[in-house]
Design a protein around this ligand. Structure first.
Ligand SMILES: [Zn+2]
Length: 249
């Protein structure tokens, strides 16, 4: 049994449909903003740069520890050679065998010092290189952070614009909803949700504006003969077919 609703009520559905179509388009625009994926990409990039920064800082801290150890190794060898030299210079060591041993040790210590200083130098070079990498990564973090800020601002500005339009459509929709009979509204909403956003369509020059299929002459005749307050459905798409003066009946 078809729902009954006045022609005004039925035509109000077309106005409601305009708002719902606009809302659907706005929702689509909102969710497909290029800034959304731009922000996501930049967040991912920033995250990876930050991880790299943590890694290089850890590496620098490890190299610094190695540097401290190398410095300490060198100074121990230097101190020991100095002590040996002082003993040698003091004249306290008289036995030629001891003197020879002492001199031999000083030579070994100098050789060891050179080796340790090479290690020290190598570590210093590593440290310098790692600090250079840190500076590069910090620059990347800074550049990405400001890019992300801009993209986020741009996205949020678009969101705000779209949300303002959504609010206007929602308020327009709400005003119409108040005047539409609950049963008719429920039918419209159900069809709209089931059929991708369009619940009511105008019958225009014998065609349903919902599915854009022209009705055959028999069907047009059948609809023409329905009382004005009978809610008609499209035979093809089952949407509410609203008859107005434009319907060509
Ligand atoms: Zn249709």
């Amino acid at each position: 049994m078809a729902i009954q609703a006045s022609a005004e009520q039925q035509s109000a559905l077309l106005d409601l449909q305009k708002h719902d179509t606009a809302l659907l388009q706005l929702a689509h625009r909102r969710s497909s903003l290029p800034q959304i994926s731009q922000v996501q990409d930049l967040e991912a990039q920033l995250g990876s740069f930050q991880l790299k920064l943590v890694a290089i800082k850890t590496e620098i801290s490890d190299i610094s520890l190695a540097q401290a150890k190398a410095d300490n190794d060198v100074s121990q060898v230097v101190q020991r050679a100095e002590r040996d030299q002082q003993r040698l210079d003091s004249g306290a060591v008289t036995s030629s065998k001891d003197l020879e041993a002492l001199q031999h040790e000083i030579v070994s210590l100098k050789k060891r010092q050179t080796e340790l200083e090479d290690v020290e130098l190598e570590i210093m070079e590593q440290l310098e290189e790692a600090r250079g990498v840190q500076v590069e990564i910090e620059a990347q973090v800074a550049a990405t952070t400001s890019e992300l800020e801009l993209a986020t601002q741009s996205r949020d500005a678009e969101f705000a614009d779209i949300d303002a339009l959504i609010a206007i459509e929602m308020s327009g929709r709400q005003q119409i909803v108040q005047s539409v009979d609950a049963e008719l509204l429920a039918l419209y909403d159900k069809i709209r949700i089931d059929l991708g956003g369009v619940g009511a369509a105008l019958l225009h020059r014998g065609a349903c504006q919902g599915c854009h299929i022209s009705l055959d002459a028999t069907e047009v005749d059948r609809i023409r003969n329905q009382p004005a307050d009978t809610v008609v459905r499209c035979e093809e798409c089952r949407r509410i077919l609203v008859r107005t003066s434009e319907s060509g009946l």
